[in-house]
Design a protein around this ligand. Structure first.
Ligand code: NAP
Length: 259
């Protein structure tokens, strides 16, 4: 019975950021657990690779190219997915971007760009999917992607951390508002995970330093893998977390505030 709680057979999921890293690992794992997965991302090549990987493994997946920072683009994709599958049971709002600049050098356009993707992008998806769940009377699960950066702070993390703190607030507030409909809303706040995003930033000396620091500060002595975060998403999306809402799950290797 405990293992059955993770079974997502007949569930319909919508996953943003599904072309890469944590979003791809989450889409693949939700499909392995039995869900039909609507995969959304702006990277159409990566999106096709994710959908093909799920299909090769015998799962069901559909691609939705979209820009999460464009409300109309998100609403159209969510509507198409819900109409195709009849309802949506799960949202994993994973798409995001990194930005690093010292506070004293941060420009308006940096803040606006990161807010548009990491906060408004998650907000638009939550709004569209929650409205769809309410309209179909679906007691679904919404999982947002925050970050351990909110807990640790760190040099250069102002814009990124502000957007992820906003995701914390969105998660807790929305959980209180849609709970009466049976809809749960939780966030995952990962520590440092090896993905294309962090690999790109590892080119800079400061980010390589951060990865090494995070490994040293973790009692486990390492950074994480996308699949380890996908399991946190699966847990919150599934009936195993039926009495969990408004929470922040922190798969971060035990890193607190290493500065
Ligand atoms: P990733 O490998 O770069 O994957 C992110 C995906 O989101 C990419 O396919 C990216 O496309 C897509 N995306 C970005 N902006 C988009 C937009 N406007 N519309 C649609 N899709 C968009 O990154 P990741 O490391 O897996 O990160 C996934 C999430 O986890 C992010 O929210 C990130 O903040 C969070 N997170 C990551 C870590 C970590 O250490 N990796 C830690 C904590 C939290 P492009 O490649 O075209 O940009």
């Amino acid at each position: 019975m405990p293992v059955m709680a993770y079974d997502l057979t007949d569930r319909i999921a919508f996953v943003t950021g599904a072309a890469s890293g944590i979003g791809r690992a989450s889409a693949v794992l939700l499909a392995e657990a039995g869900a039909t997965v609507h995969c959304a991302d702006r990277d159409e090549v990566g999106l096709r690779e994710t959908v093909s990987a799920i299909a090769r493994a015998g799962g069901a997946a559909h691609p939705h190219p979209l820009d999460v920072s464009d409300r109309g683009s998100v609403e159209a994709a969510v509507e198409a997915a819900a109409s195709d599958s009849g309802r949506l049971d799960i949202l994993a709002a994973v798409a995001g971007i990194m930005h690093s600049s010292p506070v004293l050098e941060t420009r308006d356009e940096d803040l606006d760009r990161v807010l548009a993707v990491n906060f408004k992008g998650v907000l638009y998806a939550c709004q569209a999917v929650a409205r769809s769940m309410i309209a179909t009377g679906t007691a679904g699960s919404i999982v947002t992607m925050a970050s351990g950066a909110v807990d640790t702070g760190g040099p250069g993390l102002l814009c990124y951390g502000v957007t992820k703190a906003a995701v914390f607030q969105l998660t807790k507030t929305l959980a209180t508002e849609v709970g009466p409909h049976g809809i749960r809303v939780n966030a995952v706040a990962p520590g440092w995970i090896r993905t294309p995003m962090t690999e790109r930033h590892n080119n800079s000396e400061a980010q390589a330093h951060t990865a090494a620091l995070m490994s040293r500060m973790s009692p486990l002595g390492r950074v994480g893998a996308p699949e380890e975060i996908a399991h946190a998403v699966l847990h919150l999306a599934s009936d195993a977390a039926a009495f969990t809402t408004g929470q922040i799950l922190r798969p971060n290797g035990g890193v607190a505030m290493p500065w």
